[in-house]
Design a binder for this molecule. Structure first.
Ligand code: ATP
Ligand code: MG
Length: 205
């Protein structure tokens, strides 16, 4: 009997995508024998509505650029094209329609996992996908009050990188080389992202 397909789902704001995201996806792909990992950039993130988030098309293109060389990585526009705030329950419903007879593995960092109980319709989520919590420097997985057996915890090579840190560095004129893929350094420069008072990204996509 053939095994059901296994597809990973890596949701994020990806503003910008960095090597922490890529290592997490790659490690879970290998450990769980996933056919593919789908990166899903959020629409307007509801938990970050107080912050300024780069245009969805910039975040989408950066995610495409960063994942293009890996045949097991692909990018989905479901959350961007749906419009409105992104809820993981909608992401997983859409992907389940797109990938029938498939087990979905939702990959999330330790910080996001701590907040998981605050998520919209959390009980349904655990029925829709396996949840994989990955380690992240600065965050502990112990404190998260998660239903027993609902989440698999995976240790990944430590990457103390965050998008916030990358944005702060660009704003301060510091390099982000080697924190993000080369193409992302170039894309950030080309679009003038994260620089206060720059003309870009005033461009509306
Ligand atoms: P920000 O600082 O803007 O919140 P971020 O670096 O946390 O950005 P997100 O797009 O918010 O990146 O995260 C997407 C997912 O990737 C989340 O599940 C997050 O926990 C996980 N993640 C992000 N960075 C790392 C990292 N360095 N190691 C492990 N997981 C990570
Ligand atoms: Mg984050």
């Amino acid at each position: 009997m053939s095994r059901r397909r296994r597809i990973g789902v890596m949701g994020g704001t990806f503003d910008p995508i960095h090597h922490g995201h890529l290592v997490a996806a790659s490690e879970v792909q290998a450990q769980f024998g996933l056919e593919q990992v789908v990166f899903v950039p959020t629409g307007q993130p509801w938990q970050k509505s107080h912050e300024v988030v780069s245009p969805a098309e910039d975040r989408y293109l950066m995610t495409v650029i960063a994942t293009a060389s890996n045949p097991r990585f692909l990018v989905s526009r479901v959350d961007i094209d749906r419009g409105g705030p992104t809820y993981t329950v909608d992401t997983l419903s859409d992907l389940r329609e797109q990938y029938p007879d498939t087990d979905l593995y939702f990959i999330t960092g330790a910080d996001a996992l701590e907040q998981i109980v605050s998520w919209h319709r959390v009980v349904e989520l655990f029925d829709m996908a396996h949840f994989i919590g990955v380690t992240r420097p600065g965050y502990s997985l112990d404190g998260a009050h998660l239903p027993k057996g609902a989440v698999s915890l995976v240790e990944i090579p430590a990457m103390a990188i965050s998008s916030t840190g990358c944005r702060d560095r660009v704003r301060a004129g510091l390099p982000v080389w080697y924190l993000v893929p080369d193409g992302i350094v170039q894309y950030i420069t080309k679009r003038g992202l994260y620089r206060e008072g720059s003309d870009s990204p005033a461009v509306e996509w």
